[in-house]
Design a protein around this ligand. Sequence first.
Ligand SMILES: O=C(O)CCC(=O)C(=O)O
Ligand SMILES: [Fe+2]
Length: 276
Amino acid sequence: MQAERLTPAIGALVSGINLCEPLTPAQCSELSALLVENHVLFFENQPLTPRQHRDLAANFGPLHVHPVYPHDPEVEEIIVLDTNVKNPPDSDTWHTDVPFIECPPMGSLLSARVIPPNGGDTLWSSCIAAYDALDAEYKVLIENLTAEHDLAAAFTDSRYGESAEAREQLATARKNNPPMIHPVVRTHPVSGKRGIYVNQSFTTRIIELAPDKSAEVLQFLTSHVARREFVVQWKWKPYDLAFWDNRLTQHFANADYLPHRRVMHRATILGDKPFR
Ligand SMILES: O=C(O)CCC(=O)C(=O)O
Ligand SMILES: [Fe+2]
């Protein structure tokens, strides 16, 4: 296995491994270490079936079943993101996946199936690099804050409640996933590095601050994370695979390709409870 770093802050292209075959324990540990070091790994030419994709992800932990996104008909752990004119893309805001549960995912594995002729790139940012770049006073200001993350902030009735059936599914998803509070700055459980853990899609407020100040700090931190020096951008080819560390990265999928279709499959690996 070889890893070629792509930017100073984040990202590596990994070659010399076939992810369609079962991994050895040594390969799993090597990939886990590369993930923590590089934050997002890219692999080319990995034509995984949904079952292979699920089994690959399951090497790294138990898998999450998404309460709203549709899944593969046979493999419920594989989300199918089929975006087109009738189902427009909605991942063009900076976010971490599923921060609204007590133990949010440690990682996600995204496989490109159908790619538009151009556009549809995805960007990832390092929340560790973004935190490191804050000045010392700002770090002190946000040190002990906590924030609320809400599924309902991103999965709205207007976008996901078109039919009566969809509205009911959404209501159930909300009931089962009430807003969750996590630290604004979390420590990576493996590297011990600290990073910003609030995002534009799901974070609704900072608990300890008055509404105006909460909005101001969230606006600052969520736009700071997206600065280009913390970001890597990937241009997809069919059967590329991205594996990101969802604990201290955020991502954004460009929504610039309609009327073309784009299809991605995602497996989501559960993680542990964020801590200061
Ligand atoms: O479609 C993409 O490139 C990414 C969508 C997304 O946010 C995800 O799969 O978690
Ligand atoms: Fe995502």
